[in-house]
Design a protein around this ligand. Structure first.
Ligand SMILES: Cc1ncc(COP(=O)(O)O)c(C=O)c1O
Length: 396
């Protein structure tokens, strides 16, 4: 079946954070919402059907997960990522950010240090600060329009109070898919220094050819024993509103500790719609996903060449993964506040501003490309007009 992602789905009045909360959050009317990482696309038909049939049942009591749920997760990890996962390794949280937060709470003490690699998805910093732990920045190196990990800097910052690192694989923002060799270097440093690795792999399925995702725990038994791998169907299949994540923890001791932590907040079970949608998406959604990725990649090519030809002062970075374009606006020479105003008040597009992703993010913006081409076209035209007006004003 061929899906038509050109068709615009009207998401207003659907309790969508992206469409219904933008005006309140950004303080401007008539903004095109291209910020939060969810897609405007309707999910695979099989997912809609399973939700409809559960809704028809009409009784929504406490739930349990069927064996077929676990089989779907295990098969997906094997078939897509060549990773053999055992059923008992799979733990449940409503979201990946809640899993990061639980991991910080379970495996570190107040004032311990936790490493992150900015620019990075801003809740990574929040979960550390919220639990009164200390952030250690190990900034990514930005070289030839591509991010790389800085292992020398990491080693120089390790001391006995560094207990954990939160990595993002593939990385958001910037869309790097960490190679096996990069992950081997990182994993080795962390096992040697007894630093637990929490790997957020929520974007692992959103890859552009020829990128290949390597789950950190699939590399070696040693790494599997020293890591928590946070996975979810939420970005892959646009199911974030159903709050279902699978946190895969091969090490028995770490897993038991994590489950005790989730038990403290009584959040280890998901709602029935989320579990059924996950199972259906993993079993039947592969083709839909491949078509989404082709469509998003065309959106990426479109904005890349549009800016190259019409607005070269903005540079769209190449992406290996994620549907989140990372755009270098530093040549405009604006302060973070000025850049934010330009996009909001003049271009009328709501994007994520780079500075919120921590050191190194300033001067960049993140733009969601998981939407119909006509929306992307409107956005680039509005951005072009707004930027040209600012540039003309400056040169006066
Ligand atoms: C890297 C990363 N982790 C986690 C999340 C959010 O996950 P959840 O909604 O499951 O908490 C996002 C959403 O954009 C993300 O980009």
């Amino acid at each position: 079946m061929k899906y038509n992602f050109d068709k615009v789905v009207n998401r207003y009045n659907s309790s969508s954070a992206k469409w219904d909360a933008t005006e309140e959050l950004f303080g401007e009317k008539d903004l095109l919402p291209l910020w939060v990482a969810d897609m405007d696309f309707r999910v695979p038909d099989e997912v809609v059907k399973v939700i409809q049939s559960q809704a028809e049942h009409g009784v929504f009591g406490y739930t349990t997960k069927k064996d077929s749920y676990y089989t779907a997760v295990i098969d997906w990890m094997r078939n897509r990522h060549n990773w053999t996962v055992k059923k008992e390794w799979i733990c449940h949280t409503p979201g990946v950010v809640s899993a990061l937060s639980l991991a910080v709470q379970a495996f570190s003490e107040p004032n311990d240090k936790i490493v992150v690699q900015p620019p990075i998805y801003y809740p990574f910093m929040k979960v550390i600060e919220n639990h009164n732990r200390k952030i250690v920045y190990n900034p990514l190196i930005f070289k030839d329009d591509r991010y790389e990990m800085d292992f020398e800097d990491l080693i120089s910052k390790i001391d006995s109070s560094v207990k954990m690192i939160l990595i993002c694989n593939p990385h958001n923002p910037g869309g790097r898919v960490w190679t096996k060799s990069e992950l081997e270097q990182l994993g080795k440093i962390c096992t040697e220094h007894n630093i637990l690795v929490v790997s957020d792999e929520i974007h692992a399925d959103l890859l552009f050819k020829p990128a290949k995702h390597t789950p950190l725990a699939a590399i070696s038994k040693e790494f599997a024993n020293n890591s928590l791998i946070c996975t979810a169907p939420s970005k892959t299949f646009n199911l974030a509103g159903l709050q279902t994540s699978n946190i895969i923890i091969p090490n028995d001791t770490l897993r038991e500790k994590f489950i005790i932590e989730t038990g403290k907040y009584a959040i280890g079970n998901s709602n029935s719609f989320g579990a059924l949608a996950t199972e259906a998406a993993y079993n039947y959604g592969g083709q839909w996903l491949d078509q989404v990725l082709d469509y998003v990649e065309e959106n990426l090519h479109f904005i890349t060449s549009y800016f190259e030809n019409n607005l070269p002062v903005l540079k769209v970075l190449p992406l290996e993964a994620t549907y989140l374009a990372w755009i270098d606006c530093r040549k405009l020479g604006l302060s973070p506040e000025e850049l934010e105003r330009l996009f909001l008040s003049k271009a009328k597009v709501a994007l994520n501003q780079g500075y919120v992703f921590g050191p190194g993010g300033e001067g960049f913006v993140r733009m969601n490309l998981a939407c119909s081409r006509s929306i992307v076209e409107r956005a680039v035209k509005q951005i072009e007009e707004a930027v040209n007006a600012v540039v003309a004003n400056k040169s006066r």
